[in-house]
Design a protein around this ligand. Structure first.
Ligand code: HEM
Length: 153
């Protein structure tokens, strides 16, 4: 076994330097994203410092940080009503891939991160705003789902 083998077995979060690197990656990512007019418009009135913190949590999760998770509901709410199109999503992913490549993240690892984000695409693209009446429905569905889970174990 060589040093490379040991590193590969670690999660990607630690492998690429943890929060310090992720912060640098995200700063570069937002610099490029916000140079696009369509994206800039969506971030008016958004507290970017708070957003950066949330993004760090999300990317840490996507990179396999142990015991990290990201609440789907937060992701859904963050994008609800923004009418993000498939094309805009793809362009955003392209920017992320470019930045990760610039930071020398290996192609196979970029793919893993991409897969983790892809599994959340439905919480990003064309997400409707749920009206307060529907929220009750969602809560009921979630409760039912939890109940069903407890019955399974
Ligand atoms: C492609 C993958 C994307 C990922 C992984 C992602 C991830 C996130 C995360 C983690 C948050 C923070 C949610 C929270 O408040 O806890 C967020 C918020 C946000 N995202 Fe995205 N996002 C993506 C694409 C986009 C795109 C294409 C846009 C449109 C330009 C966008 C616009 C926003 C805005 C405006 C917020 C802030 C909402 C607010 O605080 O009011 N996102 N995103």
């Amino acid at each position: 076994m060589n040093i490379g083998d040991v590193i590969v077995k670690k999660n990607l979060f630690d492998k690429y330097g943890g929060v310090t690197t992720i912060k640098l990656i995200l700063e570069k990512f937002y610099k490029i994203l916000l140079s696009r007019m369509w994206a800039k418009k969506m971030f008016i009135n958004v507290d970017m410092e708070k957003l950066l913190l949330h993004q760090i949590q999300f990317v840490s999760f996507a990179m396999g940080k142990p015991e990290s998770e990201f609440d789907d509901e937060r992701l859904r709410k963050g994008h609800a009503g923004l009418k993000i199109t498939e094309e805009q999503y793809d362009e955003t992913i392209d920017i992320l891939v470019k930045v990760l490549t610039d930071f020398r993240v290996k192609f196979a690892d970029i793919k893993l991160i991409g897969n983790a984000i892809e599994s959340k695409k439905h919480l990003i693209v064309n997400v409707p705003v749920i009206k307060s009446l529907d929220k009750k429905k969602v809560r009921k569905l979630n409760e039912q789902e939890q109940y069903n889970k407890t019955k399974l174990v």
